[in-house]
Design a binder for this molecule. Structure first.
Ligand code: FAD
Length: 296
């Protein structure tokens, strides 16, 4: 089923997993994670593509397994900046052959340690990929895109970023998933300003619970998101106590989610980092609130 169809009826709850780094790695532990996430009854699970050095070639395989063996809708991430059109066609054909109907179309980050010649690129932006998929697979995929509450690091300001986002939606992105954010006000600002520009597709909020002090710093740097004073103070104070940081992270993310649901969010996407126990802790804390979201 296409995620856009689910979003017409209700707000969604979803998770994100990533493939292992090595091409030949056994997927048993990832599938165990998916079994545990399945217990939480998500509307879909997405699988990253080449993020943080993970193996690109396995995204389609895992997305197919989630859909066909676990019976959960899957979304395959796909990046384009380092790819030729033929490669993208191949991945899309593989997804179609395995009945995966949803693609999160991304530009991806420019490769480090490799000079990129703009004129040799087949794709420049996420919107090019959205358009390419629709042109070549007319109506076969539900295509979505990414957006940035804290503003994408390459954009000069929110307005510029949102004008680019509008192009992505006009190219056929049917819903959006946000980059992680720790301050809900940035999500609300993004939604408000996007609506003013006529971006009317659902905007799913991406939440990544803090699991340790180091990862908070790394994620904030990598994803370009700000860390509120309140959160950084708590994490600084309990820096030496990993279990306390985990509790703080779960509680902070839970509070973010309650606030988002209260304010009518279109969906919650949890970046699980392949750690189902974190998602489980959030779910056991607010089962009724989440049920309300899911049936809204
Ligand atoms: P774009 O939409 O192309 O935007 C990139 C920059 O270009 C922005 O500054 C934007 O304002 C500007 N821009 C866009 N279009 C135009 C235009 N037409 N004219 C001028 N400027 C324009 N990375 C991975 O490698 N693998 C993954 O699986 C992955 N999953 C992700 C999932 C989510 C939900 C998110 C939020 C990010 C994910 N990323 C992933 C990271 C992503 O690839 C990077 O953030 C990347 O830098 C931007 O990708 P994008 O598709 O948002 O780019």
């Amino acid at each position: 089923m296409k995620i856009s169809e689910i979003l017409k009826k209700k707000a969604t709850i979803s998770f994100e997993v990533f493939p292992p780094k090595s091409k030949n790695a056994n997927l048993a532990s990832l599938y165990k994670t998916i079994v545990e996430l399945a217990d939480l009854n998500p509307d879909f699970i997405s699988v990253t593509y080449g993020a943080a050095g993970s193996e690109k070639g396995r995204t389609a395989e895992i997305a197919s397994k989630i859909k066909n063996d676990f019976g959960i809708e899957s979304v395959a991430h796909l990046t384009c900046i380092s790819s030729k059109k033929e490669e993208v066609l191949e991945v899309c054909q593989e997804l179609r052959d395995h009945h995966v109907e949803n693609i999160l179309a991304l530009r991806g980050d420019y490769p480090k340690n490799k000079e990129v010649k703009e004129e040799e690129l087949d794709f420049h932006y996420g919107s090019d990929l959205v358009e390419f998929i629709h042109e070549n697979f007319d109506g076969e995929f539900c295509v979505s895109g990414a957006c940035y509450p804290d503003v994408h690091e390459e954009a000069r300001n929110l307005k510029e970023d949102l004008l680019a986002l509008k192009k992505k939606v006009d190219a056929g992105a049917e819903y959006l998933i946000t980059q992680i954010f720790y301050d809900n006000q940035y999500y609300y600002r993004l939604v408000k300003e996007a609506r003013k520009l006529g971006i009317n597709v659902p905007i799913i909020a991406g939440i990544m619970p803090v699991t340790n002090a180091k990862s908070l710093k790394n994620n904030a740097k990598m994803c370009g998101c700000s860390v509120p004073y309140e959160l950084s103070t708590m994490v600084e104070k309990y820096y030496e106590y990993p279990e306390a940081i985990k509790e703080i992270g779960i509680n902070y993310a839970t509070h973010q989610i309650i606030d988002l649901i209260t304010n009518g969010v279109d969906g919650i996407h949890i970046y699980t980092m392949n750690r189902p126990e974190i998602a489980k802790s959030i779910f056991t804390g607010i089962p009724t609130v989440l049920r309300e979201l899911n049936h809204a």
